[in-house]
Ligand binder design. Structure first.
Ligand code: PEP
Ligand code: MG
Length: 311
């Protein structure tokens, strides 16, 4: 007698076109993970942890002083795990904390934050993490715990790096936290012109991937504040200077066998998708509402390239 087929209780994934370029999705709050996973995306190209931290209503320093480091690490583990579960075994690229001081200042404990004239150019991303290895260490402890729990689909991504020194220092702190960088997938965001121009030396530090944060890369390449309406018409992710930085970075990464990706807003835009698939990017990460269209756009461009190559 034939055994009864086991019913699959998971929501069915929509039929998606098969593409050589992976199409992933960005996730900013763990509660959005189920919907994001249902798109059939090949993974999470950017999981921001800012929401998990800012929703505690206290700066990490204040939260830890009142509730203890264990409680803070638990919060991070729970949030990341929700997403890693939803996508398993698809990869989930988790970015370490990148909130500017003006966002921390609104929280309890925010009065201790530096009052910066230019928070976007200031104490954020990997700069803050390297300056506060104790606080950064809680994030790394969360990653270590998740790896020990068996979440081998989690990848670590560092924001706002400038050069190999930033990367080597972050790498050392990973090792100090008991994470073997050679056994895990980890990498950087390319958000400053310096990081795009210096990706070759970062390759030697052992990164597995480089992901274009075009929101910041555009802001810093064109000197156009991404949050200033008065210059919003000058904020152009497809500006030739931005595309040139992206294109040379992809080229260098290919030579060093480093995966490339985009996780800025522009990854949801058809013109950028066209440009990047043409350049041979490894993956594109889009907003949840754009994943479907990006999957089809990638397919179209890949088919066109295929036809051109046999002509
Ligand atoms: C970016 O800069 O493109 C990015 C994805 O990071 P965020 O928007 O969080 O700065
Ligand atoms: Mg950014």
């Amino acid at each position: 007698e034939e055994p009864e087929p086991v019913e699959d209780a998971r929501p069915s994934t929509p039929v998606k076109p098969m593409t050589a370029t992976e199409v992933k999705v960005n996730v900013s709050i763990p509660e959005a993970a189920e919907r994001a996973a249902a798109t059939g995306a090949d993974g999470v190209g950017l999981l921001r942890i800012e929401h998990m931290v800012l929703s505690l209503d206290k700066t990490p320093e204040r939260y830890v002083s009142e509730h203890g480091e264990r409680a803070y690490i638990d919060e991070l583990v729970d949030g990341i795990r929700t997403v890693a579960d939803e996508f398993y075994p698809r990869p989930v690229r988790v970015r370490t904390l990148d909130a500017p001081t003006d966002e921390f200042r609104e929280l309890e404990g925010g009065e201790d934050e530096p009052d910066e004239h230019n928070p976007m150019l200031g104490y954020r991303g990997i700069r803050r993490s390297l300056d506060r290895p104790d606080v950064f260490g809680y994030e790394l402890a969360a990653f270590r715990r998740l790896f020990e729990m068996g979440y081998d689909n989690i990848e670590i991504m560092f924001p706002l790096v400038n050069d190999a020194e930033d990367v080597l220092r972050a790498r050392r702190l990973m090792e100090d936290a008991g994470i073997d960088p050679d056994k895990r997938s980890w990498g950087v965001m390319i958000e400053t012109p310096a990081s795009a121009l210096g990706v070759e030396s970062m390759a030697e530090a052992g990164i597995d991937f480089a992901s274009f944060g075009t929101n910041d890369l555009t802001q810093y390449t064109l000197a156009v504040d991404r949050n200033n309406g008065a210059v919003a018409d000058r904020f152009d992710e497809l500006h030739p200077a931005v595309l040139e930085l992206i294109s040379t970075t992809i080229e260098t990464c290919r030579e060093h066998d480093i995966d490339t990706s985009i996780c800025g807003q522009a990854g949801s835009k058809p013109d950028m998708v066209d440009a990047l698939v043409n350049e041979g990017i490894t993956s594109i990460s889009a907003n949840v509402d754009a994943v479907r269209d990006v999957q089809h756009e990638v397919k179209r461009v890949e088919q066109r390239l295929m036809l051109e190559s046999v002509r």
